[in-house]
Design a protein around this ligand. Structure first.
Ligand code: TA6
Length: 314
């Protein structure tokens, strides 16, 4: 063979930094980070997002310093997943289930990671993101203290960390022969510096169920918080919702198939009744803006329901 034809050396491209995923030694948490510095941490109890940090290390999630993280109680903070009932059970099938259902304390399975192409929502942040999938099915639950023990279901919960956003989406499959009804909600605790400087926009002139004062009400201005707030809004997913701090946007919400928004802050007196909420002035440093479908959704045998939110941190 003529030497001169020897192919020239193939240039080796520098290793492209890729998202990193790690599982804690006690197999209770999954952490992912992007080469640009963003990170997310998910607790397998409840598949609860515990932390979401920007590239500069700013924490976007509030977690109480007294939060219980062993699955014996829902996490007081992060993004607990409400399913199959919102609040105390309010239909026959969920009688006996705890407030906000069993999904937020169940031990979920980590199903693996994948790259970003799988994002469903519009203008997602391109390929510098990582998606973590978690699963829960009726077979994984020890004891379901209600009629729900007769239903078969499988839930895939996807947490996608992007450059300046976090997407959390659910696919709920009815794998049994019986139709069932469910409610679901992403009960998110957003970290803020001071509740007195915060407002929530996008719900002006939308009527809400006031769980503090009772009845149905409506407000023409953006929501501000100076006492206990607990409200349920029904508002089309196309309606943009945002949290402002000192008149600057802090979080922007995009919703898919989640027509309900709950706004909650326990304020002073209610906070004192919550043993897992600390420190004492914790209520100043979070606001819950929770997206979901808290009307009763009927899922027929063999069918799948999908919904999700994408949050941009600013
Ligand atoms: O989503 C708001 C709400 O339903 C409030 O009524 C309040 O109870 C809050 O959830 C916290 O519920 P938890 O069961 O986590 O104490």
């Amino acid at each position: 063979m003529e030497r001169s034809k020897k192919p020239s050396a193939i240039p080796v491209s520098p290793t492209i930094p890729t998202p990193q995923v790690s599982i804690s030694e006690d197999n209770s948490r999954v952490t992912a980070s992007l080469p640009t510095g963003e990170s997310v941490e998910v607790l397998l109890f409840g598949a609860t997002v515990l932390s979401w940090k920007t590239a500069k290390g700013k924490e976007n999630m509030f977690v109480s310093d007294k939060a219980i993280l062993d699955g014996s109680k829902a996490v007081r903070g992060g993004i607990p997943l409400v399913f199959p009932n919102f609040g105390p059970s309010s239909n026959k099938a969920t009688e006996g289930l705890p407030q906000h259902g069993f999904a937020r304390t169940a031990k979920w399975e980590y199903l693996g990671k994948s790259s970003s192409e799988s994002s469903t929502l519009p203008n997602s942040s391109g390929d510098s993101s990582v998606k973590l999938d978690f699963g829960l099915s009726n077979t994984m639950l020890e004891k379901i203290p209600s009629e729900w023990k007769n239903y078969q279901f499988g839930i895939t919960y996807s947490v996608t960390l992007g450059k300046d956003d976090l997407e959390t989406s659910l696919a709920i499959r009815n794998t049994g022969e019986k139709d069932f009804e469910f409610q679901t909600l992403l009960h998110s605790y957003w970290a803020i510096d001071n509740i007195s400087n915060v407002s929530v926009s996008g719900l002006e002139k939308v009527s809400f169920a006031d769980k503090v004062g009772g009845g149905k009400k409506e407000e023409s201005e953006a929501i501000t918080v100076s006492s206990e707030v607990d409200r349920v809004y029904h508002v089309d997913p196309s309606q943009e919702i945002a949290i402002f701090e000192k008149d600057k946007p802090r979080f922007e919400f995009t919703r898919d198939m989640l027509p309900d928004v709950v706004v909650w802050n326990p304020w002073i007196e209610k906070s004192k009744t919550m043993s897992d909420l600390g420190p004492e002035d914790a209520y100043k440093r979070f606001i819950c803006v929770e997206t979901g479908s808290v009307r009763w959704n009927t899922l027929e045998a063999g069918d799948t329901w999908e919904g999700g939110q994408r949050i941009k941190a600013l």
